[in-house]
Ligand binder design. Structure first.
Ligand SMILES: [Fe+2]
Length: 311
């Protein structure tokens, strides 16, 4: 019987839409988990191979050179879903970053706090092979092939750590506000600003370089269709990065982005994170424009709990 159970679990594999292992971790309230590598099915490895192989030409054409170097440095196997331990063996000596397996959505303060500790919460499931293109939630291909290669770059990694620091600054600010409604109002503004900054840089950022416009945002780097669309399509407006615009700009996650922002370098992003933090302290992020993203209950609670621990 034990053999049969193992077989059933393996048949379920670690697919986004069907992963008994993840269901169980969530039911038990375990967010940080291990990667049960033996559970990946042949179909899971096949999905990885197809996703990875079809991206290779597109990465060479559209991706930032530091991303291409990152892919090399991590020695990802195009044929098999990566083992996070193997990824970390190559990644950690470069920037101290590690991919950390999680069972699902990480409330935003905890997510940013992980970055501050050089840990990247990483989804271990992979999308179903029948739906390679569209996936609203992250999977291991987005997280490991889209995000983690960028974490091999020192300047980029430092910008992420500073971004994690900003979440602490936000919690500190909240800790100093006695009135609960006022605290929630300001945390909500700051959260929106941070999420929008993350979206238009880390997820969907473009960079101007010697060889033209290149992609460094992970949402683009893990999307076969959108990576080309972001650079080639006349339907996309591409503007030089402007912090005051980005923090007030809503975004929608269910279609190709019509508006993207261009930075000059990873040092540029690092400086912008510093400016974001200054603006936060000056109260300039308390009243950002309404609209997406919505602040979920777990996101808000994660900031408020952190502020209580500081207060
Ligand atoms: Fe992402």
């Amino acid at each position: 019987m034990a053999g049969l159970k193992t077989e059933q679990a393996a048949a379920g594999g670690l697919t986004t839409t069907r992963a008994p292992f993840i269901d169980q971790a969530q039911a038990e309230g375990r967010l940080y988990i291990h990667q049960p590598y033996e559970l990946y099915s042949a179909g899971n490895h096949d999905a990885w191979q197809r996703l990875f192989t079809r991206m290779e030409d597109r990465w060479r054409r559209y991706a930032n050179p530091r991303f291409l170097q990152g892919i090399e440095s991590l020695c990802l196997d195009p044929k098999r879903v990566p083992r996070l331990e193997d990824v970390n063996r190559f990644l950690s000596p470069l920037t101290g970053f590690k991919a950390k397996p999680v069972s699902g959505y990480v409330p935003s303060f905890l997510f940013f706090d992980c970055l501050r500790n050089r840990e990247f919460p990483t989804t271990i499931t992979i999308r179903d092979g029948a739906t390679l293109d569209y996936l609203p939630e992250p999977d291991i291909f987005h997280d490991i092939a889209g995000h983690v290669p960028m974490h091999t770059d020192r300047a980029f990694a430092e910008a992420l750590v500073r971004f994690g620091d900003c979440a602490h600054t936000a919690a500190e600010i909240a800790a100093g506000i006695k009135d609960e409604q006022e605290k929630i109002r300001r945390v909500t503004g700051i959260f929106k600003a941070m999420a929008r900054f993350f979206w238009f840089t880390i997820e969907f950022g473009l960079m101007r370089g010697d060889d033209g416009l290149k992609v460094y945002g992970s949402g683009l780097l893990s999307s076969y269709g959108e990576i080309a669309h972001s650079i080639d399509s006349p339907l996309v407006q591409r503007y030089p990065m402007q912090l005051e615009w980005v923090v007030n700009q809503y975004f929608e996650i269910d279609h190709y982005q019509p508006l993207l922002f261009v930075v000059d370098s990873f040092d540029h992003i690092f400086e912008l994170v510093g400016e974001l933090e200054r603006w936060m302290r000056e109260g300039k992020l308390d009243n950002v424009a309404a609209g997406e993203p919505a602040v979920s209950e777990p996101d808000l609670r994660s900031f408020l709990e952190a502020s209580r621990q500081m207060g």
